[in-house]
Design a protein around this ligand. Sequence first.
Ligand code: CO
Length: 250
Amino acid sequence: MAIVCKSMAEIEKMRRSGHIVRQVLDHVRDLIVPGASTMDLERAAEQKMRDLGAKPAFKGYYDYPCVLCTSVNEEIVHGIPSEKRLLQTGDIVSVDCGVVLDGYYGDAAITVPVGEEVTPELQELLSVTEASLYRGIDQARLGNAIGDVSAAVQEYVESHGFSVVREFVGHGIGTHLHEEPQVPNFGTPGQGARLLEGMVIAIEPMVNSGKPEARVLSDKWTAVTVDGSYSAHFEHCVAVSRDGPMILTQ
Ligand code: CO
């Protein structure tokens, strides 16, 4: 399947999906307190999506069982919400959310500290990961290549002493959750697909405080750091336009 560029009307639809994703994430963020279970977040998210008239994108996609991915501490991505996983002061939790509205997908992620006592080192992991996302977004310009986005993320992350995960990457998005091209968080400027008007990509740096290696647990979904270090994840959907990068998940 080739890269599909979107019309202005399609991008407007994706902005609506993206706006719902943001409203769900804002709602979930308020529920992230010590003692909450990740299943509490899942239930609240599912209700909010439906209230806003959208369908969950992840549930049933490749047989994933939930509407959110909730990845705590050393979990990188694809953590499955559970009644048994209670958030504790000092944890960090990544919440990844996707919806589909009127045939168009939206996908975004945030990582949130639990309680008020997250260490300065973890705070820095979160702020560097979020800032690396914006470094990548700033490269999502006509005439640039995917490698410019990838390299900007990697350079920023590594210059702050953290590492980027290689096994999971960002992606094109539109009438499917995952479209071409892949958007790695590592690479070489100028390499890869050229960015064309109407391309929409999900940029999603996954950043480890230690070594970059990931492995998947026996539940077949939860990806964790091999060295047990912490991991953060932020994601936006971005349209490439003549006026520069347009963030659709605001
Ligand atoms: Co994504």
